[in-house]
Design a protein around this ligand. Structure first.
Ligand SMILES: *Cc1c(COP(=O)(O)O)cnc(C)c1O
Length: 725
C-alpha cells in the first residue's frame, strides 16, 4: 500500500492547538475534510460550542484555536459528548484504514497502485476553503470525495488562491460589489508540503526569460490527497506572485501564465512528490498545458514527437464542460509566441505545428484554444450530460473532418452529486429508518430507492417542514448580523428574507448570474408573478441567490434587474435575494425550499447539479429540459418548462418558456401544494411526487454512479496492464 496515497497520519499538519489530552485527536479530524460529509463528525465540533462553531464559519482550524479552554474541558468531561467523539474517531480510523475493502479494491484490484491524477482550477470541498467559484468546482470537490469513498487511487492538483473567491455584497441599488480578502493559509485546513530538509517544497516553471516558482500545499480529502500550487513566494517577481491570487483572471496575459503554472507546474509538482500517474484527467481545458509538458518529458527521453503524443493521448482523459463558445479559453497567437517559442523546439515542433495543437472550430477566429489542445492530446473525452454530448459532438466536429457529427467520439457521462455532502441530516435519518440498512453502501442502485414509498407521509412532511424552518431561521439570523453594524437600508433587510413564512410554498433559484441562465425569466411579466405571490391563502415565495463573475457586466445588470423587482413593496417581502451564494447557503437552499427553479436558454446548460441536490432532499424540480433534466424528468417526478423545440429567435424562446412557467405555477404547482390537502392537512399528492422524485433521481444522479462510470469507461481502459508498469 502506497503511504502517499493512503496516509493515515497528517504528516506536516500543524498541531499547535492547546487541547485536553482526552480530545487529542481533534486536529486529525480538522485536517481531513472527511468530516464535511459525515454529519456526526461535524457534531463533534459543533457540540463543543454552537456559537463559536458558527462564528468560525464552520472552519475547524479556526474553531479549535478560538474556542475557550473551558468549553473544551467541559466537553472532555461530558459522557455523552465523549461517546460521540470516540465513535466518530473510530469511524474515521476505520475509514482511513479501510482502503482495501473498497469498491475499487474489490473490482479493480490489479490497478490499486496506479495513481490517477485529476487536474482542476477549482475545488468546491467546503465553504471554509473558498477555492471554488461554482458548478465546476463543486463537481471536482464531489469527485474527490467519492473517489475517496470508492477507494479510487486518485491524486489531485489545483491552486490555493491567496484571496479565494470574492464575497458578494448587494448594494441598495441592486449593484453587486465584490469584496476580496486575503486568506490566512494558517487558518485553513491545508498544510505546507515540506522537502527532506523540512523546507517548503518549491517547484519551478521556466518561461522564455525567467522562472516562476510555486510552493505546494496539501489538503486531505478522506483518502485522497489534493495538492495546491501557490506562486505567492518571495523569490518571484510581484506580477508572478499574483498569478494564484484569484480564480479566472480576466487579463489574458496573466491568465495564460496562470494556466502555464497549473499545467507545467502541476506535472512537475507530481514528479517532485514521487508520483508517476498512469492516467491523467483534465477537468475542463484550463489545465491542458499539462499534456505538452508530458510530451516534453517523453521527447527529452528520446521519443519522437509523434510517439510521445500518442503515449500522452493513451493516458489522458478530458472532460469538456460548456456548450457556450465564450466559456472555452483561447489565447491570441502572440501570447503563445511569447511563452512557447522556446518550448516548441524542445518537443520537436515548429510554430505551425505547435499552433496546430490548439486548433478549434474555424468560426471562432484566430486563437489558440485550450479545449482544442485538450481534444488533440487526449485519447478519451466526454461531455457532462446526454444533451451536452449531442451539442459538443457538433461543436467539435471540425476536429474529426472525416466523421459524421453524431459519430464524433465524445461520449457523455452525466454529472452527479456526492450524497453525503448534500443530504440533510434529518433526511439521512429518514433513509436510515425506511430504506435497507446498507442503503448508503448501495446508493447508486435503483432497487434500494424503491423503499422510499415506505416512508410515512407524516414523517416526510415533518422533515420537509423542519428544513424549511431551518432555512428561514438562517436567513433571519444572517439579516440580524448584517443589520447590527449599521449602514444597511431597511429594504435590504426585507430583501434578505426576514418576512418569509416558513410554511408558504417556496421556490428557490440559485446559480451563477450569467445571462443564458435567465434568472429574470420568471419576472418577464412582473405584475403576473407579483399577483401570484400574494393570493389569499396560497402565498408563493421566491428566493434568489448567486454571484455574477466580477467582470461580467451583463450578469451584474441581471442581478440589479431582479433586485429592483425584489424591492417593490407589492411583493410583500416574499421575493428575496440571499447574498453571497456559497456551499453553506447552497445547502440551506437546496434542502429548505419546495421547488427548485432552473430556466437556462436551451441548449446552453451543460448539466447543472443543484437540482440533483434538491431532489435528494425532497425538493421538486421545475426546469427547462436542458442539461441533466431531459434524462431525469419522467413526467411525474417534477415539471418541465417548455418543450424540446429549437428556436432561432431568443425572444420567442423566452416568451414561450415564460408562458409555460406561469401556466405550470398557476395550474399545477400551486394547486397541488395548497388545494390537494387531506383532512389532516397533508398535501398527499405533493408528497407522492416527492417520493417519485427521490426514487427515480437519487441513484442515477449520484456521484457514486458518476465516478464508477469514469472508472469503468475512461480510467480503467486507459490503464496499462499492471505487470507492464
Ligand atoms: C451545486 C452548486 C453549484 C452548481 O449548481 P448549478 O446547478 O450548476 O448551478 C454552484 N454553486 C454552488 C455553491 C453549489 O453548491
Amino acid at each position: 500500500m502506497d503511504p502517499e496515497l493512503y496516509p493515515h497520519l497528517r504528516a506536516g499538519a500543524p498541531n499547535n492547538f492547546r487541547l485536553p489530552q482526552r480530545l487529542a485527536r481533534l486536529p486529525d479530524l480538522a485536517y481531513n475534510l472527511w468530516w464535511t460529509w459525515n454529519s456526526e463528525a461535524e457534531r463533534v465540533f459543533r457540540l463543543i460550542d454552537v456559537e463559536d462553531w458558527e462564528a468560525a464559519e464552520h472552519n475547524p482550524v479556526i474553531f479549535l484555536r478560538k474556542t475557550g479552554r473551558r468549553k473544551l474541558n467541559a466537553a472532555a468531561r461530558n459522557r455523552a459528548y465523549l461517546e460521540l467523539y470516540d465513535h466518530v474517531i473510530r469511524e474515521f480510523d476505520d475509514y482511513m484504514r479501510g482502503g482495501s475493502s473498497t469498491w475499487f479494491a474489490r473490482d479493480h484490484e490489479a490497478h490499486r497502485n496506479q495513481p490517477i491524477a485529476y487536474f482542476s482550477t477549482e475545488f468546491g470541498l467546503h465553504e471554509s476553503l473558498p477555492i471554488y467559484a461554482g458548478g465546476l468546482g463543486i463537481l471536482s470537490g464531489d469527485h474527490l470525495k467519492e473517489a475517496s469513498d470508492l477507494g479510487v487511487p486518485m491524486v489531485a492538483l489545483g491552486f490555493l488562491y491567496t484571496q479565494g473567491y470574492f464575497k458578494q455584497h448587494i448594494r441598495e441599488d441592486g449593484w453587486q460589489e465584490a469584496r476580496y480578502t486575503t486568506l490566512s493559509f494558517a487558518d485553513l485546513p491545508v498544510y505546507p508540503v515540506l522537502d527532506m530538509a523540512g523546507e517548503p517544497l518549491t517547484i519551478s516553471v521556466d518561461l522564455f526569460d525567467h522562472f516562476i516558482l510555486a510552493r505546494l500545499w496539501r489538503v486531505q480529502v478522506g483518502r485522497v490527497p489534493l495538492y495546491l500550487l501557490d506562486s505567492n513566494v518571495e523569490a518571484n517577481a510581484p506580477l508572478d506572485r499574483s498569478l494564484t491570487a484569484q480564480l479566472y483572471i480576466s487579463d489574458l496575459d496573466l491568465r495564460i501564465l496562470q494556466e502555464i503554472v497549473l499545467g507545467l507546474g502541476g506535472v512537475r509538482a507530481l514528479r517532485e512528490l514521487g508520483y508517476n500517474p498512469a492516467v491523467w484527467h483534465l477537468n475542463e481545458g484550463h489545465s491542458a498545458f499539462m499534456m505538452v509538458e508530458r510530451v516534453r518529458e517523453l521527447v527529452a527521453a528520446d521519443r519522437p514527437f509523434h510517439q510521445a503524443a500518442e503515449a500522452v493521448r493513451a493516458s489522458t482523459v478530458f472532460t469538456t464542460h460548456t456548450p457556450v463558445p465564450a466559456g472555452h479559453d483561447a489565447f491570441p497567437y502572440d501570447l503563445i509566441d511569447r511563452y512557447f517559442s522556446a518550448f516548441w523546439p524542445q518537443i520537436g515542433l515548429d510554430r505551425a505545428g505547435f499552433l496546430d495543437l490548439g486548433r478549434h472550430p474555424e468560426s471562432w477566429g484566430e486563437a489558440f484554444s485550450m479545449s482544442g489542445l485538450a481534444f488533440n492530446l487526449s485519447g478519451r473525452y466526454n461531455a457532462v450530460s446526454a444533451m451536452h454530448g449531442h451539442v459538443a459532438r457538433r461543436m467539435w466536429s471540425s476536429l474529426w473532418p472525416e466523421t459524421e457529427p453524431e459519430q464524433v467520439p465524445i461520449r457523455n457521462i452525466t454529472n452527479g452529486i456526492h450524497t453525503g455532502t448534500w443530504l440533510a441530516r434529518r433526511m439521512h435519518s429518514l433513509y436510515d429508518r425506511y430504506l435497507e440498512h446498507d442503503w448508503a453502501e448501495n446508493l447508486d442502485r435503483e432497487e434500494i430507492w424503491q423503499a422510499v414509498e415506505r416512508i410515512p407521509d407524516e414523517d416526510l412532511w415533518a422533515v420537509r417542514r423542519h428544513l424549511k424552518r431551518k432555512l428561514m431561521a438562517f436567513m433571519r439570523e444572517r439579516a440580524r448580523r448584517q443589520w447590527i453594524p449599521g449602514g444597511l437600508h431597511p429594504v435590504q433587510i426585507v430583501a434578505s428574507g426576514v418576512l418569509l413564512d416558513p410554511y408558504a410554498l417556496t421556490i428557490g433559484f440559485a446559480r451563477r448570474f450569467a445571462t443564458y441562465k435567465r434568472a429574470n425569466l420568471i419576472m418577464r411579466d412582473p405584475d403576473r408573478i407579483l399577483r401570484l405571490m400574494n393570493r389569499h391563502g396560497r402565498p408563493v415565495q421566491l428566493v434568489f441567490a448567486g454571484k455574477a463573475h466580477p467582470a461580467d457586466e451583463p450578469g451584474k445588470l441581471l442581478i440589479q434587474e431582479v433586485y429592483n423587482v425584489i424591492k417593490r413593496s407589492e411583493n410583500g417581502g416574499r421575493l428575496v435575494f440571499l447574498e453571497d451564494y456559497d456551499m453553506n447557503v447552497a445547502r440551506y437552499l437546496i434542502q429548505g425550499v419546495d421547488v427548485w427553479l432552473n430556466t437556462p436558454r436551451r441548449p446552453n446548460e451543460a448539466s447543472g447539479t443543484s437540482g440533483q441536490k434538491a431532489a435528494l432532499n425532497g425538493v421538486l424540480n421545475l426546469s427547462v429540459l436542458d442539461g441533466w433534466w431531459p434524462e431525469g424528468f419522467n413526467g411525474s417526478n417534477g415539471w418541465a418548462i417548455g418543450g424540446t423545440e429549437e428556436y432561432e429567435d431568443a425572444q420567442a424562446q423566452d416568451d414561450a418558456d415564460a408562458e409555460s412557467l406561469y401556466q405550470l405555477l398557476e395550474e399545477e404547482i400551486i394547486p397541488l401544494y395548497y388545494d390537494e390537502r387531506s383532512s389532516d392537512g397533508l398535501p398527499r399528492e405533493w408528497l407522492a411526487r416527492i417520493k417519485e422524485s427521490i426514487r427515480t433521481l437519487a441513484p442515477r444522479f449520484s456521484m457514486r454512479r458518476m465516478v464508477k462510470e469514469y472508472v469503468e469507461t475512461m480510467y480503467v481502459p486507459a490503464l496499462p496492464e499492471p505487470e507492464q508498469v
